[in-house]
Design a protein around this ligand. Structure first.
Ligand code: SAM
Length: 541
């Protein structure tokens, strides 16, 4: 199987291979009981388990820090209680989760199929994996054969909606304790039951479990499981984009949402262990949060998404602030005040929501009496999002033109402009034909400006050691180093000047490495980048 490998744990005390974890935090390993006791006495008792779960009427159960937590500290590491494909997805292997490619079988393209239940899989090894055994058996016992076949690339198959709930239901027999843990999570079934999706699930999933498979579950239990999955599942992806799954982590499910979160999470190894890492220092008593939505959306879109997918109305500090911490990421310029306006973009009055916690509230100018209805904001956002989606991902000109075209309406931090800038960063310096060495001096500068613009947004909305900041710093140091090299070779700067600039790149790279090295897959890239920059520095000595 490709992809990240299992971590090899070592004992905290002797650094030899270890297979016992601390029973409290499950974060540190020991080779023996004796070393576990020693570790406890030597100070682990002060570091163990940084959180507890509390309850409040407003937030339900939520995680709170029991001591001060340092930036970058791993707060929790947890195995998935259940992992499965997304509800509707292009075919992915039911065992390893990898996206499947068709192959030519007797002159037709189709996927490899499990010989017993006919679900698309990677091959014989995945077909026999433990994770697929029980579901395969119940389907085979009832002579059920999956009917998915290759028709066109990336065709989403709704049939996948049965797999994750079936896996949970089968745990009632195979792992009753874990089944109870999952069933104790919040479901919000009452909010979802009449939605179009659940009407379909009632017809498909419930029929499949009760009638096709003949399993002894009632409709309410089956739909509750589906709803628990929707409320609590994490979207699991691997870095190279070949795997995409949804998993429930029982303890991590206790993290409530914030639109300016204080953690990030990563997935470790083939087992998809979840690690939650503090992106900023967290004080004792503070809520430990995750973000359930994209931070780079405006309040109108974020709150709508949270209501739809997680059934609650967010009232965090960011949602309450009509300027979203001064970023104006959801705002547009006032069309009355800005006709024509002589000041720079930062001085132009903006339209901001008159009550961000009410999606129907009008959007008013910060300066004049002009206002527009919130549905006009929704329509505008929607129309421009559609336009942005249609742009070719390898055509920087299209994104540059989009930014230019709407520069009179959209603030440079507006989320649509931010999306366009992110797309440009993916192209400049990364895509074929746009490698850093191939970029003109002008485009190198453009890339540097884009990094700075987005770092400013990151500082406000994903502060601290977020992945967003880490990858932006990685991009920025690389482009700055190439620019310095060019300037030095063209004798535009002195040796000392070049060294100062390269040291600045090194500082950025070291911060990026501090943020990203927790991800095992990033380590070789980071080491290679540090080595390359060190060599460049030495070559200017
Ligand atoms: C993954 S669960 C988190 C644990 C949950 N609070 C519980 O008691 O089981 C997600 C649910 O928690 C609640 N929740 C999470 N973040 C919230 C927030 N910032 N404000 C209000 N409710 C929130 C919502 O009901 C949401 O659907």
């Amino acid at each position: 199987m490709n992809g990240p490998k299992k971590e090899i744990p070592v004992c905290e005390i002797c650094q030899q291979s270890a297979n016992q974890t601390c029973g409290g935090c499950k974060l540190v390993y020991y080779c023996s009981k004796a070393h576990q006791k020693l570790g406890w006495r030597e100070g682990h008792k002060f570091k163990c388990c940084a959180f507890k779960v509390q309850f409040s009427d407003t937030y339900g159960r939520h995680m709170v820090a029991t001591r001060d937590i340092k930036q970058g500290e791993m707060i929790l590491k947890e195995k998935p209680a259940i992992i499965g494909p997304r509800m509707s997805t292009a075919p992915h292997c039911l065992s390893c989760g990898k996206k499947l490619q068709p192959m030519k079988i007797k002159d037709v393209f189709d996927f490899y199929k499990c010989k017993s239940c006919n679900w698309p899989m990677c091959g014989p090894e995945c077909e026999k994996a433990d994770i697929h055994k029980s579901e395969c058996k119940v389907m085979t016992d009832r002579n059920y054969k999956c009917t998915i076949k290759y028709e066109q690339a990336d065709k989403a198959e709704a049939a996948y909606c049965v797999i994750a709930p079936l896996r949970v239901l089968l745990m009632r027999e195979s792992n009753p304790k874990q089944y109870e843990n999952i069933m104790a999570l919040e479901s919000h079934l009452e909010d979802r039951i009449n939605t179009p999706l659940y009407v379909i699930l009632k017809a498909n999933l419930v029929t499949f479990i009760i009638q096709v498979l003949g399993l002894p579950f009632d409709e309410a239990t089956i739909l509750t499981v589906a709803s628990i999955y929707d409320t609590n599942a994490f979207d699991v992806r691997c870095l190279d984009g070949t795997k995409r799954l949804r998993a429930i982590y029982v303890t991590a499910s206790m993290m409530n949402h914030s639109c300016k979160t204080n953690t990030r999470h990563i997935y470790l190894g083939d087992d998809y262990n979840l690690a939650v890492i503090a992106t900023v220092p967290i004080s004792k008593g503070e809520m430990i949060t995750a973000t359930y939505t994209q931070t780079l959306l405006g309040t109108l879109d974020r709150r709508k998404l949270l209501r739809t997918i997680k059934c609650f109305d967010c009232d965090c500090d960011r949602c309450k602030d009509p300027t979203e911490f001064g970023t104006y990421i959801g705002s547009i310029y006032c069309s009355i005040c800005n006709r024509p306006f002589s000041g720079g973009p930062e001085k132009r009055p903006m339209l901001i929501s008159s009550n961000p916690l009410d999606e129907a509230a009008p959007w008013k100018c910060e300066k004049c009496d002009h206002f527009i209805l919130s549905r006009q904001m929704f329509w505008g956002n929607n129309a421009l999002s559609q336009e942005l989606k249609k742009l070719k991902k390898d055509e920087p000109k299209e994104f540059e033109e989009f930014i230019e075209k709407y520069s009179q309406a959209l603030h440079p931090n507006n989320h649509l402009v931010v999306q366009a800038k992110l797309a440009l960063l993916q192209i400049y310096g990364n895509q074929k034909g746009h490698a850093l060495s191939e970029l003109s001096d002008h485009l190198l500068k453009r890339k540097i400006d884009l990094c700075h613009d987005l770092l400013e947004v990151a500082d406000q909305l994903e502060p601290g050691w977020s992945r967003f900041r880490g990858t932006l710093l990685l991009d920025l140091q690389a482009v700055m180093a190439v620019q310095t090299k060019r300037e030095y070779e063209a004798e535009k700067i002195t040796r000392e000047g070049a060294q100062d600039q390269l040291m600045e790149s090194m500082t950025l790279l070291q911060e990026a490495a501090n943020i990203l090295r927790v991800e095992p897959e990033m380590r070789p890239t980071l080491e290679a980048k540090i080595q390359a920059l060190t060599q460049l520095l030495e070559s200017t000595e």
